[in-house]
Design a protein around this ligand. Structure first.
Ligand code: ADP
Length: 324
């Protein structure tokens, strides 16, 4: 958070608390004034009353009852005002904080996207220039080409994520409803990843002929994002497990890694738009916070659920459950 924004937030919070305290103080003052007025009126009426008056006892009782009644009414009105003020204040506080968080996350997203777009373009340009200027041996050429391909792959994932998520949010994407062979679709995704990351121990178990109804492009994005995260958030060389199985009336897809896992308190939040775990300054991984948001959106559009569990040997396990 920039210092200017922090200062702005501190000023807004101070003004908010000042106004709230001021309103409550005015309310308390109003209550005390009313009570005093009530007491004065009672004193005045009592002064007017004479002991020799024939109905003295009854009149005295009436005056006291009236005072009690007024006091109760003042307390009731005061309490309802206070309640309304407190509810309003809590609502405003929550809405403002939420808006602030969203705008903060949007800013982070724009910064991340700019960075994420620039890096692969710069690397690709440099690699291509190197290939053009220098006569490299075949091995080095291959290495440069594969890192270039890797970068363009990242660029491709990033742009599809951004485009599709904005199209889905804006209702401008027409979701296909095809009968699909989920086994074949997942096998292709996993194959591409195992080809890109051969240093990983891939534990793949894909049951054949698992069918779902849906959009092949969206489902591919869902699977690729989960695979991408499994690779991105776990140490090089660590195993990645992929499993697709049909269960009674449903199909279950699970991707497990041996990364740091997701703390309990973050398990829901990671699916929020632009949400990324940790702090801007300490975070080492690249990303935009759109991947899992998109996964959840796609899952919901396919009447599926997505959640994350702790992996058996550490790490995390993302599970997508399709109802068929
Ligand atoms: P991005 O990866 O671009 O930050 P995502 O929406 O894909 O955005 O993920 C949101 C956050 O969830 C990530 O920033 C990361 O902190 C956490 N996360 C996602 N997948 C994993 C994983 N497999 N292991 C650990 N943390 C993860």
């Amino acid at each position: 958070m920039s210092i200017l924004r922090k200062k702005g937030l501190a000023i807004a919070t101070a003004v908010y608390w000042f106004l709230l305290l001021y309103i409550v103080a005015v309310l308390v003052w109003w209550f005390i004034a009313l009570q005093q007025q009530n007491r004065q009126m009672t004193d005045y009426k009592l002064a007017e009353l004479s002991v020799r008056d024939p109905g003295y006892a009854e009149k005295l009782q009436n005056i006291n009852r009236e005072q009690q009644l007024k006091a109760t009414r003042n307390i009731g009105e005061g309490a309802s005002f206070l309640l309304v003020i407190i509810i309003g204040a809590v609502l405003v506080y929550r809405i403002v904080r939420r808006q602030f968080r969203i705008s903060q996350q949007q800013q982070n997203f724009i910064m991340a996207v700019t960075h994420e777009l620039k890096t692969p373009i710069a690397i690709t340009k440099l690699n291509l220039e190197t290939l053009q200027k220098h006569k490299l041996d075949a091995g080095k050429q291959q290495k440069l080409l594969s890192t270039t391909l890797e970068e363009t792959e990242r660029l491709n994932t990033l742009t599809s994520n951004i485009l599709i998520s904005f199209q889905l949010d804006g209702g401008r994407y027409r979701i296909a409803r095809e009968d699909l062979d989920l086994s074949a679709l997942t096998a292709t995704c996993v194959q591409q990843f195992s080809h890109r990351f051969p240093d990983r121990a891939w534990k793949v178990s894909i049951e054949e002929d698992v069918a779902v109804n849906g959009d092949p492009l969206l489902l591919q994005i869902l699977i690729n994002n989960l695979l991408e995260n499994a690779i991105k958030y776990s140490p090089k060389g660590s195993p990645v497990a992929f499993r697709l199985a049909a269960a009674a009336g449903s199909a279950e897809l699970a991707i497990a890694d041996r990364g740091p896992g997701i703390p309990e308190g973050e398990k829901k939040r990671i699916f929020e738009r632009f949400y990324r775990m940790g702090d801007e300054l300490t975070r080492k991984t690249k990303g935009t916070g759109l991947g899992l948001y998109l996964c959840r959106k796609i899952a919901r559009d396919h009447h599926a659920t997505i959640h994350v569990l702790d992996g058996e040997g550490g790490g995390s396990r993302f599970v997508v459950n399709f109802r068929r």
